[in-house]
Design a protein around this ligand. Sequence first.
Ligand code: ADP
Ligand code: MG
Length: 501
Amino acid sequence: MTISSVLGFALSGIDAIPVRVEVQLASGLPSFLIVGLADKAVAEARERVRAALAAMGLALPAKRIVVNLAPANIVKEGSHFDLPIALALLTAMAVVPPEESGRYGAIGELSLDGRINPVPGVLPAALSAVDQSRGLICGAQQGAEARWAGETLDIVAADCLLALVNHLTGEQVLPSVELPARLPFDPAGGPDLADVRGMETARRALEVAAAGAHSLLMTGPPGAGKSMLAARLPSLLPDLTSAEILEISRIHSISGQLPMGLPIFRPPFRDPHHSTSQVALVGGGSRIRPGEVSLAHRGVLFLDELPEFSRPALEALRQPIETGTITVARASGHVTYPARFQLVAAMNPCRCGYLGDAAQECRKAPRCGEDYTARISGPMLDRMDMSVHVEPVSPAELAGLPTGESSAMVAERVAAARAIQSARQDGLTNAEASPDLFPIDAAARDYAVRAADRLRLSARGFTRLLRVARTIADLADETETAQPHVAEALSYRLRRPDRRM
Ligand SMILES: Nc1ncnc2c1ncn2[C@@H]1O[C@H](COP(=O)(O)OP(=O)(O)O)[C@@H](O)[C@H]1O
Ligand SMILES: [Mg+2]
């Protein structure tokens, strides 16, 4: 009786948990069994492993083959167990020396002809391998992704099982995996604010939102430039720290979205369509995956045509907005993913989009506008720190206007304001910190209280007013919030006379 074992990984949240993949060859009727809380995709590994071995000219031993995935109490999902299973089997068959296969963790899916296919989760697996003081075996296309886990990690990235076996037996050495010397594109690239002509109010609102990490709602007719502005918000945000880059890249790796194995270097921008399901938005599903809210972690979540989103989808956003995490329920417990994003939403003022434009508005104005806004729940609107009306610039004006300030110039002011907040509030942005920490002069506080009373602001609305005012003061490098800062913050309050905001 022979037993061999190779390290594999089970993905849970954004972590890769080490799993021991044991193979036992025992005498008895020939069979091939996988046990240890494996899902269907893992069970199907049997057929892929059998075919991949056949492609190398190897038949399964005519024995009782039992594969055990330990510990048995955690769920193993996905096709990425193919590789550790094949490797443990080859070790038990004495094709691969045990001291070689024992030095690595393995993750990858096999095709029937023995090629190793890319799978989600290679970066978390590589980080976990580093923790276990092991190397990592993965598909050739994902070696670069694994490399970001550490420069000293021993990575074997093979394109097929045969090349892997030849490498492990010393017959043929695979090339080592290097960090790309130069990135194939500018990681800070993306649309630039310089493209936006005019629109001073909207540009200013975007800068304030970026500086304090405030949520922002933009209203305006179709073609006014709302989507254009939102897409430029990430270019105003400060660079990510290397810990943040790794954290975000793990999330994207688990969802199989790291193009060319390159980490996410800049705050991500996600703009799910309004027909997106609740599961796609917040995560979950039968093969549980992070949703858009997690893919937008430490970046921007842009909800265009906000009232068109389904109500359950919008309501599901309340937890991540409050806590910065999302917990997805599943049959065997819960999974929590990070989900701290800056929310930007856009909407037309009414269904046809032209409310307020006497020449184009429909016959139902202004009723249609109220009906349209009412589709979004009060608590949701209440969570928007700022609201701005985007006035369209006419084609004639557009031609005459000079191009605006570039993203880099605005980003410099944003970074300065963020640094002030971080020093004052122990790393928190104004959008997260309690207003008790904000120095404000007596007259400004008085003015804010009176305005809140007049506008019937809720306690939450009042807090948000003070936060936005504080960001405006930080942008002006003022120690105390003063009355003009509060006045500008008030101009970003959503006007809805029928509701307490
Ligand atoms: N102020 C502006 N400066 C430059 N281009 C503009 C401006 N406003 C609108 N545009 C052009 O109009 C297009 C439509 O804008 P878009 O952001 O899609 O509008 P919305 O999302 O409000 O419907 C933009 O992609 C851009 O080419
Ligand atoms: Mg748009």
